[in-house]
Design a protein. Sequence first.
Length: 167
Amino acid sequence: MPRRMHSEYLRKLFLNNDLTQGRFEVDGRPVAVSDIRAPIFALGTEKDHVAPWRSVFKIHLSADAEVTFVLTNGGHNAGVVSEPGKAYRRHHIRTKQDCEHYIAPDEWLKVSEEREGSWWPSWVEWLSARSSGKVTPPEQRRAGASGNLLEENEPLPAAPGAYVLEH
């Protein structure tokens, strides 16, 4: 993440909470979480010291869309990275539909479904249920140093790649 983007992210979204306050601007116009109409998949971790899960859970107070909230065990890094196959992983998951009333985080924890294992398969399941299906990728997608498509067995050019050098 470039320095300026990181700085704005921390200041506007984390420190000032501009998105939930309707002060975050995109193309010069303020936007808010309530403007999001697409389903939301939000993740919290039980031992997060940066974004405590009950704070992340507040997405339910701002969103006017379907919200699937997942609470995974672990902390800020291990809970998110929690790749499949890791021992002792578990997570809670529950989707709030548009017409449901808000429930408090501790009540949510009591009524949510607890699943063994990483949250990633639950995310794939969620994405699959809301996707139009698999798309077969073009056979030759990778661009070579010249910008032309690579032949099937041609090796990738050295990093950073031709696109970086384009004007």
